[in-house]
Write a protein that binds this ligand. Structure first.
Ligand SMILES: Nc1ncnc2c1ncn2[C@@H]1O[C@H](COP(=O)(O)OP(=O)(O)OP(=O)(O)O)[C@@H](O)[C@H]1O
Ligand SMILES: [Mg+2]
Length: 475
């Protein structure tokens, strides 16, 4: 007889009277759980209860500390002092309340509070972790980061959408920006310069979404890039000469391919006695020279007014007697102003652009000029481009997460309607090592750039072997 039917039987008034009560109870007991069955279940329940109690106590202690912190904030204590005292406050509370002893992890509570107070809640540890270069919050329960070039899912989570929204507000409100249904997307920066984008529902279906590109405290140097294998030592010397000889250089690549990093490294090759004007949407460049004027564009305010575009800044910069203009990213109407500047004596300018190949970069520049509303024939635009840009450095993020320069291409001029491009170096993949890392190197194509004489007359003697591949580096 099954358990169910026995119980039914018991409940059945017809059968109830026929069975002695005691026996039924005993029988039922035996059927439901034998003592050995019961053990693990009780154990799990006990464990669950302990975890729940620990969670409750955790929240309770956090709440009590929170109240004390609020009180101190009301009394105008500064955050640093409060942060310095949180642990002491927690110890005092635990001393006075026996129920916390052995049930809460004090350090965890204190760390969480400090994170909430000084930083950006649960993602704070990621922001402080030097191995992490990007943080991506896709709603409260999914947080990815990029660690050493690899995208990894973290175990970080937020309480709920509201908690993520609080962090976004904490980031944007000091900048006089806001995020809500009427302006559900925002670009901002953390106090350390890290770039932040936030987008919230109903546009973001996962919940409030944050993307942070961390500001490199110690920006990569040319030595770092050589060590990473982004380029070789000889090529670094070649690019150094190109910058010093005042070539106009464009770094092209996809999102996150390392364009800004390379631009930063190239800009640091500019001699110290030149006046450099940098123009960016969010100042990311970190140059070592003394004479630098940094300009940053401005988004429109809440009423949609007051925007200052990269184009406005490029135009303005030309009236600032620059020796060099460095443009963070060219993506719109500023393309024409930049090309004109490069063609009219502002040699040695550097910029980046978003594209998948040097040829693609040229067509994008054409499109940007056209979309800028100028009525120039295509050929005239191409003349401008071919006359302005000397060198395109193509950057790429390879499948193994590494960032490499995959092409260094000379813009040789215009032939008929076509801009002539000549690769000087191209990346050749040779395989992968046991860890999946791509093995390969930038190889010279055997063609010496046309601007070689320019380098020589600027006093740089690059061995012709660098372009042929006789050099040991290339073996
Ligand atoms: N050569 C490199 N080797 C390894 N990591 C790099 C290299 N260059 C850049 N990175 C890292 O890659 C990330 C993206 O770099 P960077 O900001 O330079 O890219 P980007 O192409 O300018 O990106 P975006 O398109 O978003 O402007 C950063 O975290 C940076 O530290
Ligand atoms: Mg960039």
């Amino acid at each position: 007889m099954s358990l169910l039917s026995r119980i039914h039987d018991k409940n059945n008034p017809k059968t109830e009277g026929s069975l002695p009560k005691q026996e039924t109870t005993k029988e039922r007991k035996n059927l439901t759980t034998s003592p050995s069955d019961q053990q693990p279940k009780v154990e799990t329940q006990r464990k669950k209860a302990v975890v729940k109690q620990a969670d409750d106590k955790h929240d309770e202690l956090k709440d009590m500390l929170h109240k004390q912190i609020l009180q101190q904030l009301k009394e105008k204590a500064d955050i640093d002092t409060i942060v310095g005292k949180i642990d002491e406050m927690a110890i005092d509370i635990i001393k006075e309340n026996e129920s916390f002893r052995g049930t809460v992890d004090r350090k965890r509570v204190v760390d969480e509070l400090i994170n909430d107070l000084t930083g950006f809640g649960p993602i704070n540890p990621l922001l402080l972790d030097e191995d992490v270069s990007e943080v991506m919050v896709n709603g409260p329960n999914q947080v990815y980061c990029e660690r050493k070039g690899k995208l990894v899912l973290t175990d970080v989570s937020f309480r709920d959408n509201e908690h993520v929204l609080n962090v976004i507000e904490k980031i944007v409100s000091p900048l006089g920006r806001r995020i809500d249904e009427s302006s559900p997307m925002v670009d901002a920066r953390l106090p350390d310069g890290s770039r932040v984008n936030a987008i919230i529902p109903p546009l973001a279906l996962n919940g409030p979404t944050i993307t942070i590109r961390k500001f490199a405290k110690d920006p990569f140097t040319i030595e770092d890039l050589v060590n990473f294998g982004t380029l070789t030592k000889d090529m670094a010397e070649f690019l150094d000469a190109c910058v010093k000889a005042r070539l106009n250089i464009f770094v092209s690549g996809g999102t996150g391919s390392g364009k800004t990093t390379t631009l930063n490294v190239l800009s640091n090759f500019i001699p110290n006695d030149e006046r450099i004007v940098t123009i960016e949407d969010a100042a990311e460049l970190q140059l070592g020279q003394e004479h630098i004027v940094s300009l940053e564009s401005r988004p429109p305010n809440i009423e949609g007014r007051g925007a200052i575009t990269i184009r406005d800044l490029v135009r303005n910069s030309l009236r600032m007697r620059p020796d060099r203009v460095v443009i963070g990213e060219v993506r719109g109407a500023e393309a024409l102003d930049m090309l004109q500047a490069m063609n009219t004596g502002h040699d040695g300018s550097l910029a980046t652009g978003h594209s998948n190949s040097p040829r693609d970069m040229l067509s994008r520049l054409e499109t940007m000029v056209l979309l800028g509303g100028v009525d120039l024939p295509i050929k005239a635009i191409r003349e401008q481009i071919a006359g302005a840009i000397d060198l395109i450095i193509q950057q790429s993020r390879l499948k193994d997460g590494s960032r490499r320069i995959v092409k260094i291409t000379e813009v040789q001029g215009l032939e008929g309607d076509i801009i002539v491009l000549q690769d000087i170096f191209t990346f050749e993949q040779q395989g992968r090592d046991e860890n999946g890392k791509i093995i390969g190197r930038l190889m010279p194509t055997g063609v010496r750039p046309k601007f070689y004489e320019r380098l020589e007359s600027a006093g740089f003697s690059i061995s012709p072997n660098v372009f042929i591949g006789d050099n040991e580096e290339w073996q």
